[in-house]
Ligand binder design. Structure first.
Ligand code: DC
Length: 224
């Protein structure tokens, strides 16, 4: 049975970590939409374009091809930028890029095409509200700013990405503000989403809680 799962929420709430695990357990395709905005941001920076210049960034749309490999690799015009897109310089600019309507429309079209073909678990900011409004399961995953900043800091340290805790906390707050205040498809909880505060939950607890919600939905769908 084909199903779409949307996981939205603020920066560094652990969405991708749990979505990847659930995809593996349930055999769904995982789509990291944030990686697509990050890849576009990387390309603008690579071209020396100011990420706060909307017209100049949008002008690059025709020359950008982004691929997400099942292995988790992210390619932009066939260059492997999996690591580069997690660097603080990209994180610091991605919310500007994600606020440009033309870039969102360009990436959302690809996201919807992927969801049309497979059972997907897609994480982002606007999946339940805009990209897949008919997703069978919608989760809004939140956690305190401190918890999120610590999680992201630890993740970066593990990946060998240089950063300080203060820098990460600042970045998380700044992105939450820009992502939830943009005009087009801002970060917000869909009316029919289930909110999960993961501040005091382990990754496995979050994974199990979401799988329970999915299984309940699947049973309902089978009964119809
Ligand atoms: O999930 P992430 O931190 O990798 O996302 C990077 C940025 O991309 C985030 O700050 C906001 C933006 N984004 C978005 O606007 N819509 C999405 N569906 C996914 C990410």
């Amino acid at each position: 049975m084909k199903i779409s799962i949307a996981i939205d929420g603020p920066a560094a709430a652990g969405k991708s970590t749990v979505a990847k695990k659930i995809a593996q357990i349930k055999g769904y395709t995982y789509i990291d939409t944030g990686a697509m905005y990050r890849a576009f941001t990387w390309y603008c920076m690579e071209k020396g374009v100011d990420c706060q210049n909307e017209a100049a960034c949008c002008a690059l749309i025709p020359e950008v091809t982004i691929k997400l490999r099942p292995s988790g690799q992210v390619l932009c015009n066939d260059i492997d930028i999996t690591r580069e897109i997690r660097e603080p310089r990209v994180s610091g600019n991605v919310s500007y890029i994600a606020s440009y309507k033309d870039i969102r429309l360009f990436l959302v079209e690809q996201q919807r095409k992927m969801a049309a073909k497979h059972s997907v678990i897609m994480d982002g900011r606007d999946i339940g509200t805009y990209v897949l409004p008919n997703a069978e399961v919608k989760i809004f995953q939140i956690a305190s700013v401190r918890t999120r900043a610590i999680r992201r800091y630890d993740e970066n340290v593990e990946k060998g990405i240089p950063c300080t805790y203060e820098e990460i906390e600042e970045d998380v707050k700044k992105r939450d503000y820009i992502d939830s205040h943009r005009d087009f498809a801002p970060l917000r909880c869909a009316e029919d989403a289930i909110t999960l505060d993961t501040s005091d939950m382990t990754v496995d607890e979050v994974v199990n809680a979401i799988i329970e919600i999915i299984d309940k939905k699947l049973a309902e769908m089978e009964g119809k």
